[in-house]
Design a protein around this ligand. Structure first.
Ligand SMILES: N=c1c2ncn([C@@H]3O[C@H](COP(=O)(O)OP(=O)(O)OP(=O)(O)O)[C@@H](O)[C@H]3O)c2ncn1[C@@H]1O[C@H](COP(=O)(O)O)[C@@H](O)[C@H]1O
Length: 100
């Protein structure tokens, strides 16, 4: 599934009963969405340090899903994130850090 399709599914769940959807449950509780994102990020870090590619892939998917849900809970869309990334296209990370 593409991130675009996932983001669209997440947006659709805003109109779903929280008892029928994990996404709807998190969208109704932005602090819980943030907490879950943090948990999944830590789980991904642990798998990265262990060097297990399969487990890291699974945790990375959890992280991306929960990041999009957390952002959606605050009205930030995948389009917003892509626009921010686009602004950075012509600037290297090292050059940006040096300019601060
Ligand atoms: N990609 C996901 C996705 N990734 C993870 N999760 C759920 O996130 C929850 C994570 O909670 P837990 O902490 O209990 O899970 P965990 O981290 O594996 O728990 P531990 O094993 O670490 O204790 C689980 O219920 C997972 O099923 C997801 N739930 C939904 N989606 C996508 O969202 C769509 C809509 O889902 P619903 O909103 O549930 O209809 C789905 O079709 C998927 O495309």
């Amino acid at each position: 599934m593409s991130l675009k399709d996932l983001a669209n599914t997440i947006a659709d769940r805003a109109n779903t009963d929280p008892s029928e959807s994990w996404t709807a449950k998190l969208l109704a509780n932005p602090d819980k969405a943030a907490e879950k994102f943090g948990e999944e990020a830590v789980e991904a870090i642990i798998e990265a340090t262990k060097g297990d590619k399969t487990r890291l892939t699974s945790e990375a998917a959890d992280v991306m899903y929960h990041l999009l849900v957390m952002c959606a809970a605050h009205g930030v869309t995948l389009n917003d994130i892509e626009a921010e990334l686009a602004k950075r296209t012509n600037q290297s990370g090292l050059a940006e850090k040096a300019s601060r």
